[in-house]
Design a protein around this ligand. Structure first.
Ligand code: NAD
Length: 403
Protein backbone atom coordinates (compact mmCIF):
# COMPACT_ATOMS: atom_id res chain seq x y z
CA UNK A 1 0.00 0.00 0.00
CA UNK A 2 1.48 3.33 -1.08
CA UNK A 3 0.94 6.38 1.10
CA UNK A 4 0.19 9.65 -0.73
CA UNK A 5 0.04 12.78 1.42
CA UNK A 6 -1.41 15.93 -0.16
CA UNK A 7 -0.82 19.20 1.69
CA UNK A 8 -3.29 21.97 0.87
CA UNK A 9 -6.84 21.76 -0.51
CA UNK A 10 -6.63 24.70 -2.90
CA UNK A 11 -7.04 24.42 -6.67
CA UNK A 12 -3.93 22.26 -7.07
CA UNK A 13 -4.11 19.97 -4.01
CA UNK A 14 -7.83 19.26 -3.98
CA UNK A 15 -8.03 18.49 -7.68
CA UNK A 16 -5.08 16.09 -7.35
CA UNK A 17 -6.97 14.19 -4.64
CA UNK A 18 -10.23 14.16 -6.61
CA UNK A 19 -8.44 12.72 -9.66
CA UNK A 20 -6.38 10.21 -7.69
CA UNK A 21 -9.47 8.80 -5.98
CA UNK A 22 -11.04 8.27 -9.42
CA UNK A 23 -7.96 6.74 -11.03
CA UNK A 24 -6.57 4.58 -8.20
CA UNK A 25 -9.06 2.38 -6.41
CA UNK A 26 -6.57 0.01 -4.72
CA UNK A 27 -2.99 -0.13 -3.44
CA UNK A 28 -3.02 3.44 -2.25
CA UNK A 29 -4.03 5.39 0.83
CA UNK A 30 -4.44 9.15 0.46
CA UNK A 31 -4.24 11.70 3.26
CA UNK A 32 -5.27 15.30 2.63
CA UNK A 33 -4.35 18.08 5.06
CA UNK A 34 -5.68 21.63 5.16
CA UNK A 35 -6.09 24.21 7.91
CA UNK A 36 -9.70 24.71 6.79
CA UNK A 37 -12.44 22.13 6.30
CA UNK A 38 -13.53 23.94 3.15
CA UNK A 39 -12.09 24.75 -0.28
CA UNK A 40 -12.38 28.33 -1.53
CA UNK A 41 -12.32 29.78 -5.03
CA UNK A 42 -9.38 32.15 -4.63
CA UNK A 43 -10.28 33.91 -7.89
CA UNK A 44 -13.49 35.17 -6.24
CA UNK A 45 -12.00 36.58 -3.03
CA UNK A 46 -12.44 40.17 -4.23
CA UNK A 47 -16.20 39.62 -4.37
CA UNK A 48 -16.33 38.41 -0.76
CA UNK A 49 -14.16 41.39 0.24
CA UNK A 50 -16.53 43.84 -1.47
CA UNK A 51 -19.59 41.96 -0.19
CA UNK A 52 -21.01 41.24 -3.65
CA UNK A 53 -20.84 37.48 -2.94
CA UNK A 54 -21.23 35.75 0.42
CA UNK A 55 -18.44 33.53 1.72
CA UNK A 56 -20.70 30.50 1.31
CA UNK A 57 -20.98 31.20 -2.45
CA UNK A 58 -17.21 30.99 -2.95
CA UNK A 59 -16.51 27.98 -0.70
CA UNK A 60 -17.61 24.37 -0.35
CA UNK A 61 -16.90 21.66 2.23
CA UNK A 62 -13.94 19.43 1.35
CA UNK A 63 -16.02 16.46 2.55
CA UNK A 64 -18.43 17.12 -0.36
CA UNK A 65 -15.86 16.00 -2.94
CA UNK A 66 -13.66 13.36 -1.29
CA UNK A 67 -14.49 9.68 -0.79
CA UNK A 68 -14.78 8.23 2.73
CA UNK A 69 -11.59 6.19 2.05
CA UNK A 70 -9.53 9.39 2.01
CA UNK A 71 -8.21 10.54 5.38
CA UNK A 72 -8.84 14.28 5.74
CA UNK A 73 -7.01 16.06 8.56
CA UNK A 74 -7.88 19.65 9.42
CA UNK A 75 -4.63 20.99 10.79
CA UNK A 76 -1.71 23.32 10.13
CA UNK A 77 1.40 21.90 8.41
CA UNK A 78 4.48 22.83 10.45
CA UNK A 79 7.31 20.94 8.81
CA UNK A 80 8.08 18.70 5.86
CA UNK A 81 11.19 16.57 6.27
CA UNK A 82 12.14 15.33 2.78
CA UNK A 83 14.95 13.09 4.07
CA UNK A 84 12.82 11.24 6.62
CA UNK A 85 9.76 11.51 4.31
CA UNK A 86 7.59 12.82 7.11
CA UNK A 87 5.20 15.72 7.70
CA UNK A 88 4.65 17.33 11.09
CA UNK A 89 1.32 18.94 11.92
CA UNK A 90 0.67 21.51 14.65
CA UNK A 91 -2.11 19.64 16.43
CA UNK A 92 -1.04 16.02 15.99
CA UNK A 93 1.79 14.26 17.87
CA UNK A 94 2.15 11.54 15.26
CA UNK A 95 4.08 12.34 12.10
CA UNK A 96 2.60 11.56 8.67
CA UNK A 97 4.75 9.22 6.55
CA UNK A 98 4.59 9.25 2.78
CA UNK A 99 5.80 7.52 -0.35
CA UNK A 100 4.70 10.52 -2.41
CA UNK A 101 3.98 13.96 -1.05
CA UNK A 102 2.15 16.70 -2.99
CA UNK A 103 2.78 20.24 -1.81
CA UNK A 104 -0.02 22.61 -2.79
CA UNK A 105 0.41 25.07 0.05
CA UNK A 106 -0.75 28.19 -1.77
CA UNK A 107 0.13 31.85 -1.55
CA UNK A 108 0.52 34.67 0.94
CA UNK A 109 0.45 38.44 0.57
CA UNK A 110 3.78 40.00 -0.45
CA UNK A 111 4.63 43.33 1.20
CA UNK A 112 8.12 43.64 -0.35
CA UNK A 113 9.20 44.91 3.08
CA UNK A 114 7.32 48.20 2.65
CA UNK A 115 7.16 49.76 6.13
CA UNK A 116 3.75 49.64 7.76
CA UNK A 117 2.13 47.51 5.03
CA UNK A 118 1.73 44.48 7.28
CA UNK A 119 0.38 46.46 10.22
CA UNK A 120 -1.73 49.09 8.47
CA UNK A 121 -3.07 47.58 5.24
CA UNK A 122 -5.54 44.72 4.83
CA UNK A 123 -4.35 41.70 2.79
CA UNK A 124 -6.80 39.65 0.70
CA UNK A 125 -5.36 36.16 0.32
CA UNK A 126 -7.97 33.96 1.99
CA UNK A 127 -11.63 33.95 3.02
CA UNK A 128 -11.00 35.24 6.55
CA UNK A 129 -9.00 38.17 5.21
CA UNK A 130 -11.62 38.93 2.55
CA UNK A 131 -14.38 38.97 5.17
CA UNK A 132 -12.23 41.17 7.43
CA UNK A 133 -12.01 43.69 4.56
CA UNK A 134 -15.78 43.66 4.13
CA UNK A 135 -16.38 44.12 7.87
CA UNK A 136 -13.84 46.95 7.92
CA UNK A 137 -15.50 48.80 5.02
CA UNK A 138 -18.93 48.48 6.62
CA UNK A 139 -17.58 49.68 10.00
CA UNK A 140 -16.08 52.75 8.30
CA UNK A 141 -19.37 53.51 6.53
CA UNK A 142 -21.17 53.32 9.88
CA UNK A 143 -18.49 55.50 11.51
CA UNK A 144 -19.10 58.18 8.90
CA UNK A 145 -22.62 58.71 10.20
CA UNK A 146 -21.14 60.13 13.40
CA UNK A 147 -17.70 61.42 12.32
CA UNK A 148 -18.64 63.01 8.96
CA UNK A 149 -14.97 62.51 8.16
CA UNK A 150 -14.64 61.99 4.35
CA UNK A 151 -11.60 59.73 4.97
CA UNK A 152 -14.05 57.10 6.22
CA UNK A 153 -15.53 56.99 2.70
CA UNK A 154 -12.15 56.60 0.98
CA UNK A 155 -11.11 53.07 -0.03
CA UNK A 156 -7.58 52.72 -1.37
CA UNK A 157 -6.38 49.67 -3.27
CA UNK A 158 -2.57 49.38 -3.18
CA UNK A 159 -1.39 47.74 -6.42
CA UNK A 160 -3.28 47.83 -9.73
CA UNK A 161 -2.48 44.31 -10.94
CA UNK A 162 -5.09 41.74 -11.87
CA UNK A 163 -6.33 41.44 -8.29
CA UNK A 164 -6.44 45.21 -7.71
CA UNK A 165 -8.42 45.84 -10.91
CA UNK A 166 -10.93 43.05 -10.19
CA UNK A 167 -11.35 44.30 -6.63
CA UNK A 168 -11.97 47.86 -7.87
CA UNK A 169 -14.75 46.53 -10.13
CA UNK A 170 -16.43 44.64 -7.28
CA UNK A 171 -16.22 47.70 -5.01
CA UNK A 172 -17.92 49.76 -7.74
CA UNK A 173 -20.77 47.21 -7.78
CA UNK A 174 -21.11 47.56 -4.00
CA UNK A 175 -20.72 51.36 -3.91
CA UNK A 176 -24.45 52.13 -3.70
CA UNK A 177 -24.91 49.77 -0.77
CA UNK A 178 -21.96 51.37 1.11
CA UNK A 179 -23.44 54.82 0.42
CA UNK A 180 -26.75 53.74 1.92
CA UNK A 181 -25.05 52.65 5.13
CA UNK A 182 -23.04 55.88 5.35
CA UNK A 183 -26.07 58.00 4.44
CA UNK A 184 -24.34 59.66 1.47
CA UNK A 185 -24.70 59.62 -2.31
CA UNK A 186 -22.76 56.84 -4.13
CA UNK A 187 -20.33 59.27 -5.78
CA UNK A 188 -19.11 60.31 -2.34
CA UNK A 189 -17.66 56.83 -1.84
CA UNK A 190 -14.13 57.25 -3.23
CA UNK A 191 -12.27 54.28 -4.68
CA UNK A 192 -8.61 54.86 -5.54
CA UNK A 193 -6.08 52.50 -7.13
CA UNK A 194 -2.42 53.32 -6.53
CA UNK A 195 -0.08 51.57 -8.97
CA UNK A 196 3.68 51.86 -9.45
CA UNK A 197 3.72 51.09 -13.15
CA UNK A 198 2.40 53.28 -15.98
CA UNK A 199 1.77 50.23 -18.17
CA UNK A 200 -0.85 48.27 -16.26
CA UNK A 201 -1.76 44.63 -16.90
CA UNK A 202 1.33 43.63 -18.91
CA UNK A 203 -0.17 40.21 -19.68
CA UNK A 204 -2.53 41.94 -22.16
CA UNK A 205 -1.75 43.84 -25.36
CA UNK A 206 -1.31 47.58 -24.90
CA UNK A 207 -4.68 48.25 -26.54
CA UNK A 208 -6.58 45.76 -24.39
CA UNK A 209 -4.92 46.94 -21.19
CA UNK A 210 -5.83 50.52 -22.11
CA UNK A 211 -9.44 49.42 -22.66
CA UNK A 212 -9.44 47.85 -19.18
CA UNK A 213 -7.91 50.89 -17.53
CA UNK A 214 -10.39 53.23 -19.23
CA UNK A 215 -13.26 50.96 -18.22
CA UNK A 216 -12.21 51.14 -14.57
CA UNK A 217 -11.74 54.92 -14.76
CA UNK A 218 -15.15 55.36 -16.41
CA UNK A 219 -16.68 53.84 -13.28
CA UNK A 220 -15.41 56.71 -11.18
CA UNK A 221 -12.34 54.92 -9.84
CA UNK A 222 -9.39 57.24 -9.39
CA UNK A 223 -6.18 55.75 -10.80
CA UNK A 224 -2.85 57.05 -9.54
CA UNK A 225 -0.47 55.24 -11.86
CA UNK A 226 3.29 55.69 -11.91
CA UNK A 227 2.93 56.04 -8.14
CA UNK A 228 5.13 53.82 -5.99
CA UNK A 229 3.92 53.25 -2.45
CA UNK A 230 6.78 53.68 0.02
CA UNK A 231 5.06 53.50 3.40
CA UNK A 232 1.72 52.85 5.05
CA UNK A 233 0.83 54.68 8.24
CA UNK A 234 -2.42 54.09 10.13
CA UNK A 235 -5.09 55.50 7.79
CA UNK A 236 -2.54 56.96 5.37
CA UNK A 237 -0.80 55.77 2.17
CA UNK A 238 2.49 57.47 1.31
CA UNK A 239 3.65 57.26 -2.30
CA UNK A 240 5.95 58.92 -4.77
CA UNK A 241 5.04 59.86 -8.34
CA UNK A 242 8.21 59.68 -10.45
CA UNK A 243 10.79 62.11 -9.12
CA UNK A 244 8.20 64.29 -7.39
CA UNK A 245 8.17 64.76 -3.63
CA UNK A 246 6.33 62.22 -1.50
CA UNK A 247 2.57 62.57 -1.41
CA UNK A 248 0.00 60.97 0.84
CA UNK A 249 -3.63 59.99 0.79
CA UNK A 250 -5.80 59.44 3.87
CA UNK A 251 -8.16 56.49 3.74
CA UNK A 252 -10.42 54.67 6.16
CA UNK A 253 -9.81 51.44 4.25
CA UNK A 254 -6.43 50.45 2.77
CA UNK A 255 -6.30 47.14 0.91
CA UNK A 256 -3.01 45.48 -0.07
CA UNK A 257 -2.85 43.83 -3.51
CA UNK A 258 0.72 44.48 -4.67
CA UNK A 259 1.39 40.83 -5.38
CA UNK A 260 1.73 37.44 -3.77
CA UNK A 261 4.42 34.90 -3.00
CA UNK A 262 4.34 31.18 -2.32
CA UNK A 263 3.92 29.83 1.20
CA UNK A 264 6.97 30.78 3.34
CA UNK A 265 7.01 27.21 4.70
CA UNK A 266 8.84 26.25 1.50
CA UNK A 267 11.96 28.18 2.51
CA UNK A 268 11.53 27.28 6.18
CA UNK A 269 11.62 23.56 5.30
CA UNK A 270 14.85 24.01 3.33
CA UNK A 271 13.46 23.81 -0.21
CA UNK A 272 15.37 25.77 -2.80
CA UNK A 273 12.65 28.42 -3.06
CA UNK A 274 12.57 32.07 -4.05
CA UNK A 275 9.64 34.04 -2.67
CA UNK A 276 8.09 30.72 -1.67
CA UNK A 277 8.32 29.18 -5.14
CA UNK A 278 10.52 26.28 -6.27
CA UNK A 279 11.55 25.79 -9.90
CA UNK A 280 10.23 22.28 -10.44
CA UNK A 281 11.35 19.48 -12.76
CA UNK A 282 9.57 18.49 -15.98
CA UNK A 283 7.50 16.11 -13.82
CA UNK A 284 6.60 18.89 -11.35
CA UNK A 285 8.78 17.36 -8.64
CA UNK A 286 11.35 18.99 -6.39
CA UNK A 287 14.75 18.88 -8.16
CA UNK A 288 16.31 17.31 -5.06
CA UNK A 289 13.46 14.99 -4.03
CA UNK A 290 11.69 13.11 -6.79
CA UNK A 291 9.00 11.83 -4.41
CA UNK A 292 7.80 15.38 -3.67
CA UNK A 293 5.49 17.14 -6.14
CA UNK A 294 5.36 20.92 -5.85
CA UNK A 295 2.31 22.44 -7.53
CA UNK A 296 0.13 25.55 -7.63
CA UNK A 297 1.43 28.81 -6.22
CA UNK A 298 4.47 27.24 -4.51
CA UNK A 299 5.77 26.05 -7.90
CA UNK A 300 7.60 27.94 -10.61
CA UNK A 301 7.28 26.26 -14.02
CA UNK A 302 9.59 27.44 -16.75
CA UNK A 303 8.09 27.71 -20.24
CA UNK A 304 10.08 26.21 -23.13
CA UNK A 305 11.69 29.60 -23.89
CA UNK A 306 13.00 29.46 -20.31
CA UNK A 307 12.94 33.20 -19.57
CA UNK A 308 10.45 33.72 -16.73
CA UNK A 309 8.18 31.21 -15.01
CA UNK A 310 4.52 31.14 -16.01
CA UNK A 311 2.43 33.48 -13.84
CA UNK A 312 0.63 31.72 -11.02
CA UNK A 313 -3.06 31.32 -11.83
CA UNK A 314 -5.88 28.98 -10.92
CA UNK A 315 -5.74 27.65 -14.49
CA UNK A 316 -2.13 26.51 -14.29
CA UNK A 317 -2.68 25.11 -10.77
CA UNK A 318 -5.51 22.92 -12.11
CA UNK A 319 -3.35 21.82 -15.07
CA UNK A 320 -0.55 20.87 -12.65
CA UNK A 321 -3.05 18.79 -10.64
CA UNK A 322 -4.03 16.88 -13.81
CA UNK A 323 -0.42 16.04 -14.54
CA UNK A 324 0.51 15.19 -10.93
CA UNK A 325 -2.38 12.74 -10.55
CA UNK A 326 -1.45 11.01 -13.83
CA UNK A 327 2.23 10.86 -12.91
CA UNK A 328 1.55 9.39 -9.46
CA UNK A 329 -0.76 6.77 -10.99
CA UNK A 330 1.95 5.90 -13.52
CA UNK A 331 4.60 5.53 -10.84
CA UNK A 332 2.42 3.42 -8.58
CA UNK A 333 1.30 1.17 -11.45
CA UNK A 334 4.53 0.91 -13.48
CA UNK A 335 7.27 2.30 -11.23
CA UNK A 336 8.00 4.93 -13.90
CA UNK A 337 7.20 8.56 -14.52
CA UNK A 338 4.78 9.54 -17.28
CA UNK A 339 6.62 9.42 -20.61
CA UNK A 340 5.57 12.99 -21.38
CA UNK A 341 6.68 15.88 -19.24
CA UNK A 342 4.33 18.65 -18.03
CA UNK A 343 3.40 21.18 -20.68
CA UNK A 344 1.06 24.11 -20.35
CA UNK A 345 -0.98 26.12 -22.78
CA UNK A 346 -3.04 28.94 -21.34
CA UNK A 347 -6.65 28.96 -22.55
CA UNK A 348 -6.75 32.68 -21.93
CA UNK A 349 -7.18 35.22 -19.17
CA UNK A 350 -10.21 37.36 -18.48
CA UNK A 351 -10.40 40.12 -15.86
CA UNK A 352 -13.79 41.03 -14.45
CA UNK A 353 -14.64 44.59 -13.54
CA UNK A 354 -17.70 43.86 -11.45
CA UNK A 355 -20.39 41.32 -12.28
CA UNK A 356 -21.31 42.44 -15.79
CA UNK A 357 -18.13 43.99 -17.22
CA UNK A 358 -14.90 42.28 -18.23
CA UNK A 359 -12.06 42.20 -20.74
CA UNK A 360 -9.40 39.69 -21.65
CA UNK A 361 -8.29 37.18 -24.21
CA UNK A 362 -9.33 33.60 -24.82
CA UNK A 363 -8.16 31.16 -27.47
CA UNK A 364 -6.29 33.88 -29.32
CA UNK A 365 -9.17 36.38 -29.37
CA UNK A 366 -9.39 39.61 -27.43
CA UNK A 367 -12.73 39.97 -25.67
CA UNK A 368 -14.48 43.07 -24.41
CA UNK A 369 -17.85 43.87 -22.89
CA UNK A 370 -20.58 41.23 -22.71
CA UNK A 371 -18.69 38.33 -24.40
CA UNK A 372 -15.80 38.86 -21.97
CA UNK A 373 -18.10 38.91 -18.96
CA UNK A 374 -19.91 35.75 -20.09
CA UNK A 375 -16.54 34.06 -20.77
CA UNK A 376 -15.33 34.98 -17.26
CA UNK A 377 -18.32 33.19 -15.73
CA UNK A 378 -17.87 30.18 -18.02
CA UNK A 379 -14.20 29.93 -16.92
CA UNK A 380 -15.23 30.13 -13.24
CA UNK A 381 -17.92 27.46 -13.74
CA UNK A 382 -15.49 25.17 -15.52
CA UNK A 383 -13.01 25.39 -12.67
CA UNK A 384 -15.80 24.70 -10.17
CA UNK A 385 -16.99 21.69 -12.17
CA UNK A 386 -13.49 20.21 -12.57
CA UNK A 387 -12.96 19.77 -8.85
CA UNK A 388 -16.37 20.18 -7.21
CA UNK A 389 -18.33 18.20 -9.79
CA UNK A 390 -21.93 18.86 -10.80
CA UNK A 391 -23.10 19.25 -7.20
CA UNK A 392 -20.90 22.29 -6.52
CA UNK A 393 -21.46 23.67 -10.03
CA UNK A 394 -25.23 23.71 -9.55
CA UNK A 395 -24.96 25.07 -6.01
CA UNK A 396 -22.28 27.73 -6.57
CA UNK A 397 -21.95 28.25 -10.34
CA UNK A 398 -22.55 31.50 -12.22
CA UNK A 399 -25.54 31.14 -14.50
CA UNK A 400 -26.47 34.82 -14.86
CA UNK A 401 -24.90 34.94 -18.31
CA UNK A 402 -27.63 37.14 -19.77
CA UNK A 403 -27.49 40.74 -18.65
P1 NAD B 1 0.53 41.28 -9.62
O1 NAD B 1 1.96 41.10 -9.29
O2 NAD B 1 0.02 40.80 -10.90
O3 NAD B 1 0.14 42.84 -9.49
C1 NAD B 1 0.59 43.64 -8.44
C2 NAD B 1 0.64 45.09 -8.91
O4 NAD B 1 1.09 45.88 -7.81
C3 NAD B 1 1.61 45.33 -10.06
O5 NAD B 1 0.96 46.02 -11.08
C4 NAD B 1 2.73 46.15 -9.43
O6 NAD B 1 3.28 47.11 -10.31
C5 NAD B 1 2.01 46.84 -8.27
N1 NAD B 1 2.91 47.21 -7.17
C6 NAD B 1 3.85 46.44 -6.58
N2 NAD B 1 4.49 47.13 -5.62
C7 NAD B 1 3.95 48.38 -5.61
C8 NAD B 1 4.18 49.55 -4.84
N3 NAD B 1 5.10 49.61 -3.89
N4 NAD B 1 3.43 50.65 -5.10
C9 NAD B 1 2.47 50.62 -6.06
N5 NAD B 1 2.21 49.53 -6.81
C10 NAD B 1 2.94 48.42 -6.59
O7 NAD B 1 -0.25 40.62 -8.37
P2 NAD B 1 -1.77 40.16 -8.25
O8 NAD B 1 -2.67 41.12 -8.91
O9 NAD B 1 -1.96 39.86 -6.81
O10 NAD B 1 -1.79 38.81 -9.04
C11 NAD B 1 -0.96 37.72 -8.65
C12 NAD B 1 -1.01 36.62 -9.71
O11 NAD B 1 -2.30 36.05 -9.75
C13 NAD B 1 -0.71 37.17 -11.10
O12 NAD B 1 0.02 36.22 -11.80
C14 NAD B 1 -2.09 37.33 -11.68
O13 NAD B 1 -2.09 37.26 -13.09
C15 NAD B 1 -2.82 36.19 -11.05
N6 NAD B 1 -4.26 36.46 -10.95
C16 NAD B 1 -5.07 35.91 -11.88
C17 NAD B 1 -6.42 36.14 -11.83
C18 NAD B 1 -7.30 35.50 -12.86
O14 NAD B 1 -6.81 34.87 -13.79
N7 NAD B 1 -8.62 35.66 -12.75
C19 NAD B 1 -6.97 36.95 -10.83
C20 NAD B 1 -6.11 37.52 -9.89
C21 NAD B 1 -4.75 37.27 -9.97
Amino acid sequence: MKEVVVLGAGYAGLKTVVLLQKKLKTNVHITLVDRNNYHYEATDLHEAAAGTQSASRITYPISDVINPQITFIQDEVVKIDPDKKTVKLAGHEELLHYDYCVLGLGFVSETFGIPGAEENALPMTNVKEALAIYDHIIAKMKDYRTTHNPDDLQIVICGGGFTGIELAGALVDARASYAKIAGVSPDEIKITLIEASTRLLPMFSEKLAEYGVNLVKSLNVQLLDGSRISKIEPGKVIYKHGDDDEESLNAGTIIWTTGVSGNPLMEECGFDAKRGRVIVTDHLTDPKHDDIYIIGDVAAVMPPDGKRPYPTTAQIALAMADYTAEDIVSRIKTGKHEAKSFTYKSLGTVASVGNTRAFGEAMGHELRGYPASAMKKIIADRSLLETGGLKELFAKGRFDLYH
